[in-house]
Ligand binder design. Sequence first.
Ligand code: ATP
Length: 339
Amino acid sequence: MSIEIAGVGKRFGDFVALDNVSVSIPSGRLTALLGPSGGGKSTLLRIIAGLERADTGRVEIEGVDATDLPPQKRNVGFVFQHYAAFKHMSVRRNVAFGLQIRKRPKAEIAARVDELLHLVHLEQFADRLPAQLSGGQRQRMALARALAVKPTVLLLDEPFGALDAKVRKELRDWLRRLHDEVEVTTVFVTHDQEEALEVADEIVVINDGRIEQIGSPDDLYDRPANDFVMRFLGPVTQLGDHLVRPHDLQISTTPTGPDDVTGTVTRITRIGFEIRIDVTTTTGQPVIVTVTRNEFLALGLDTGATVHLRIAPGSPTTAAAPAAPATAGADHDLAASSI
Ligand SMILES: Nc1ncnc2c1ncn2[C@@H]1O[C@H](COP(=O)(O)OP(=O)(O)OP(=O)(O)O)[C@@H](O)[C@H]1O
């Protein structure tokens, strides 16, 4: 295990930002710290970097107790959302900076910088100033600079957070490929579940200063530990007492068994390649079902139709927190809005 975090606690005044957090982050993998804003992800990353001190607990990096080491002794590379480049220096000199202050020989620096610029596909921009780069190119430069000194661990705090959706997506794919080439232990913070599911080998879900679940994207998606993880990873709806994903519900115009739940279609909405069907059950529970366009056409549904619902066998479900009828609707709206 490359990074061992054991019993780490951190308060800011009365506020508990991290509550007795323990996690092992594997060597050579890409690990995402995922969770809602304010959950403690950045605080944990900053504690690993040595930019913040834990009140309790220990941090070990590659077998070395780093708890009391200053950031520069931890051999970590760090990239923030808003990367502070040296504005008056060329891309090449920005990337070379860490090697120059370590007084590496000139020829070694030149060779390493060329290698890195090639790795991040910025060779042709080597002599530009940071202001002459796009946001995505600037973040790639930041990564090259962080990698220059061959860190043991690369820490990324929402590195693509400030970029538009399309560039974000490109950089995500690029980060995955870069990581496969360099294989440096990488930890990145994100609040975007899609980003974590797509890029990470391992995901640590953090909420309210505590770890909700640790696992591979498949573990989290197929076996969510609780309804928080289930809700956080994508749209959910409720059928009876089960929280389930809307595409894991089966819908038919004829009943298929005694466990079917009967309801009436109240609304049909097309969302890209999916069709969302709003159903109200005979007990008054609002349920969302999503089907593909072809499935929808085969069903031949219209508003007002009677339908029968069931959870597809083997689908992940969690027990829905019991809610009074008055708040069930509000819960449902929240789930619906994330579709
Ligand atoms: N230096 C500080 N002083 C006081 N409170 C802080 C400090 N740093 C963080 N916090 C608080 O600790 C909590 C956790 O913050 P943190 O930045 O770790 O969350 P996060 O999960 O990374 O969220 P975000 O994605 O919004 O950055 C927040 O409520 C934040 O306001």
